[in-house]
Design a protein around this ligand. Structure first.
Ligand SMILES: *Cc1c(COP(=O)(O)O)cnc(C)c1O
Length: 383
C-alpha cells in the first residue's frame, strides 16, 4: 500500500479549517449564511467562493488532498463543467478516458460542440493509443480512477508525466477513491475533483462538488467560475464540514467490508466475475496497491447469466437499490439500467459492462449482515 503522505487524516478530517466561534466560544463552526457583507471592508459574496463556511471547508479538503487551494460547487458536475470550461476555449482539444462517469460523458457529448471544443475518448492505460490521441491543440487530459463501474485503475504517475511532457493540464475525478484512499496531487496530477455528494458527504443528503490544486490554477478556475455561478449554499457547506469529520472512519470501514465482500462474492458459485482493485486477480491490482492508501468501498460483480439482476436486487433486505453511492448505507445499482443507460449497447459491451453487472456501494453496516443479505438473495435466485 502506498505510504506517501497519508498521515493524520482523521485529525485533519475533524479539525482542519474549522471556524472559531469568537463571540460565544461554541465548540463547532458557526454558520454564516449572510449573502451580503460590508463593502468598505471586503468583497465577500457567496458566488465569489469567499464566504467563511466555504473557505473553512475548502481548507479541510485542501489539507486532505495536499493541495494549495480548493473551491466548492453546488454539485460534482458543477465542479467538472466549471473546471473544464475555465481551461478550454474554442479550437482546443481535450483527451478523455473512455470510461467516465455518465454525467461527465453527457456534458462533453452534448455541450462541447456548441463551444467548438474538440474531444477524444481513449483507453488511457494503453500508451500507444494515448500518444495517438494527442493533437497540436490538446490542452487537457481528464481521467477517473477507480473508474465506474468496473473499477479500472489508471497509473496516475504515467498520466502526469505524459501531461507534463506535452503541456497538458491533468485533471482527475477522485470521487470513487475519496481523499482517504488516494491523493493524486502527490503523484503529479494538477487538479483533483470530487463529487462531494458521495464520500465527502457520506450520508446521501447533500449535493456538492470540489476542485483542488495549485494556487495559480485554482485562481484561474475561480475567476471563470464566478461567471458560471455553480456555487454552493452556506448551509450545505456547513453540512459538508460536519460530514467530512467522519470521512476517515467511514471510508476505513467501507474499505475493509468491500474487500471482504469481494472475496465472498469471488468464491460464490452464482457470481461469474468480481471487479475490485483489492483482489489480487484484478487486472490493475499492482498499480492500485502502489498508488492508493486503500482500495475503496466500491465493487462490482456479474451474476450468472441465468439470474435476473432485478429480481436479485429486489430480494435484498439491507442493501438498497439506488442510483447514487458512497453513503453510510449500502446501495446497489445496475449500470446498464442507470448510469450507462444512454450509452450505445455495442460501446457498452466493448467496455466490458454486461447486462448482468451490478455495482455495489458498501456502507458501514456490519459486514456479516451484508454478506448474509447477498448470500440469501444469491441462493434464492441462483437455484
Ligand atoms: C456522482 C458523480 C459525479 C457527479 O456528481 P454530482 O454531485 O451528482 O453532480 C461525478 N463523478 C463521479 C465519479 C460521480 O460518482
Amino acid at each position: 500500500m502506498s505510504k506517501n503522505n497519508n498521515n493524520n487524516k482523521s485529525t485533519k478530517c475533524v479539525h482542519s479549517g474549522n471556524l472559531i466561534d469568537e463571540k460565544y466560544h461554541g465548540n463547532i463552526s458557526p454558520i454564516y449564511p449572510s449573502i451580503t457583507y460590508d463593502f468598505i471592508e471586503s468583497d465577500v459574496y457567496p458566488r465569489y467562493f469567499n464566504t467563511p463556511n466555504q473557505i473553512g471547508v475548502c481548507e479541510k479538503i485542501s489539507d486532505l488532498e495536499n493541495a494549495d487551494l480548493s473551491l466548492l460547487f453546488g454539485s460534482g458536475l458543477g465542479a467538472i463543467s466549471t473546471t473544464m470550461l475555465s481551461l478550454l476555449k474554442k479550437g482546443d482539444h481535450i483527451i478523455l478516458q473512455d470510461s467516465l462517469y455518465g454525467g461527465t460523458i453527457n456534458l462533453v457529448n452534448t455541450e462541447f460542440k456548441k463551444f467548438g471544443i474538440e474531444h477524444s475518448y481513449v483507453d488511457v492505460s494503453e500508451k500507444d493509443k494515448l500518444f495517438a490521441s494527442l493533437r497540436k491543440n490538446s490542452k487537457v487530459i481528464y481521467i477517473e480512477s477507480p473508474s465506474n463501474p468496473l473499477l479500472n485503475i489508471i497509473d496516475l504517475s504515467s498520466i502526469s508525466d505524459f501531461a507534463k511532457n506535452n503541456n497538458l493540464v491533468s485533471i482527475i475525478d477522485n470521487t470513487f477513491a475519496s481523499p482517504i484512499n488516494q491523493n493524486p496531487i502527490d503523484l503529479g496530477i494538477d487538479l483533483v475533483i470530487h463529487s462531494a455528494t458521495k464520500y465527502l458527504s457520506g450520508h446521501s443528503d447533500i449535493l456538492a462538488g470540489s476542485v483542488s490544486g495549485a494556487k495559480k490554477k485554482i485562481e484561474m478556475i475561480k475567476s471563470s467560475g464566478l461567471n458560471f455561478g455553480s456555487n454552493i449554499s452556506e448551509y450545505t457547506a456547513w453540512m459538508l464540514e460536519r460530514s467530512i469529520k467522519t470521512l476517515k472512519i467511514r471510508v476505513s470501514t467501507q474499505n475493509d467490508s468491500a474487500l471482504n465482500l469481494s472475496k465472498f462474492l469471488f468464491d460464490n458459485n452464482f457470481v461469474s466475475k468480481v471487479f475490485y482493485p483489492g483482489l489480487e486477480n484484478h487486472k490493475n491490482h499492482a498499480i492500485a496497491k502502489a498508488q492508493m492508501h486503500g482500495f475503496g468501498g466500491m465493487l462490482s460483480f456479474e451474476l450468472n447469466s441465468n439470474i435476473d439482476p432485478i429480481k436479485f436486487v429486489q430480494d435484498l433486505k439491507i442493501i438498497k437499490p439506488t442510483m447514487s453511492l458512497a453513503g453510510v448505507e449500502s446501495t446497489i445499482t445496475s449500470p446498464v439500467l442507470s448510469s450507462h443507460k444512454k450509452m450505445d449497447p455495442e460501446v457498452r459491451r466493448g467496455l466490458g459492462i454486461s447486462d448482468n453487472l451490478l455495482r455495489l456501494s458498501v456502507g458501514i453496516e456490519d459486514f456479516e449482515d451484508l454478506m448474509l443479505d447477498l448470500d440469501k438473495a444469491l441462493i434464492k435466485n441462483g437455484k
